[in-house]
Design a protein around this ligand. Structure first.
Ligand SMILES: Nc1nc2c(ncn2[C@@H]2O[C@H](COP(=O)(O)OP(=O)(O)OP(=O)(O)O)[C@@H](O)[C@H]2O)c(=O)[nH]1
Ligand SMILES: [Mg+2]
Length: 235
């Protein structure tokens, strides 16, 4: 087993180094690599990514000069990865890196392990109460709309076996923003992938700004889920 952790970054200068170090600690018992995909961040995160690549043998920096966007950055990361399992997570400490160790151990029993705010023990953590409530409603709507088993479909914090990703139409799944995650779950459910959710409580972003506008995201994800319900992941 080898774990590839994908870190999409846009203006995450103050978060990237401490996060890379926490991930290395959390996954120290596992063979792993960390792949940073930066879109030429104005705050010079890309320079730091290159320094980290020089410093650590298991860190790789990919700097995209002509492209922007979370989902396509992740797809690029998948293409560059060499692991048997892939971790998807944010680079802003919303997704606590300490949990990775526990998530990785679950791979003995499951092929998809989701960090979930909506199972017992999980929660919004440091997120505002309003933001958490809106997320909860949105996730419930997506679950019902797409008949998903998972209660969490927007966190984007999960580990999946690479051979499952190889079966998916990645260029249709990885479009837009965090909505790629419910498209992925819709297809993995159809494939009968062994899946578990383990509780997560979100941590605080201490550097930089969130790029998510909650109402716009709600609208995009809501209509996106409806499209999947009507047309599948073909359009
Ligand atoms: N490479 C790349 N990464 C991005 C881009 N947009 C966002 N990201 C990264 O995607 C992750 C999620 O972005 P956030 O702004 O935290 O958005 P979010 O987590 O959905 O929103 P919050 O819940 O408000 O934190 C972070 O690691 C960002 O740096 C992009 O255009 N390119
Ligand atoms: Mg975030």
């Amino acid at each position: 087993m080898k774990i590839s952790v994908l870190l999409p970054t846009y203006n995450e200068y103050g978060n990237l180094k401490p996060l890379v170090e926490s991930i290395r600690n959390s996954l120290s018992e596992f063979n792993h690599e960390i792949i940073i995909v930066d879109d030429l961040s104005p705050d010079n995160t890309w320079k730091l990514a290159e320094e980290l690549e020089k410093k650590y043998k298991n860190v790789k920096a990919i700097i995209r000069k002509d492209e922007r966007g979370l989902a396509t950055a992740l797809m690029r990361g998948i293409k560059e990865s060499t692991g048997t399992h892939i971790v998807f997570m944010d680079t802003d400490f919303n997704h606590p890196p300490e949990l990775l160790k526990k998530m990785a151990h679950e791979l003995n029993y499951y092929d998809l392990v989701i960090g979930s705010r909506f199972v017992k023990g999980g929660g919004g953590g440091e997120m505002s109460k309003l933001q958490h409530l809106l997320s909860k409603i949105l996730n419930y709507y997506i679950k019902v709309m797409l008949s998903l088993d998972a209660k969490e479909s927007t966190s984007g914090y999960f580990i999946i076996k690479k051979s499952i990703l190889d079966k998916l139409p990645l260029e249709r799944v990885f479009t837009g923003y965090g909505d790629y995650f419910f498209r992925l779950l819709y297809l993995t459910k159809k494939l009968g992938v062994k899946t578990t959710e383990i509780p997560v409580r979100y941590g605080k972003r201490t550097y930089g700004e969130s790029k998510t506008r909650i109402l716009k995201m709600g609208w995009n994800y809501g209509t996106g889920a409806l499209k999947v319900r009507l047309f599948g992941v073909n359009k």
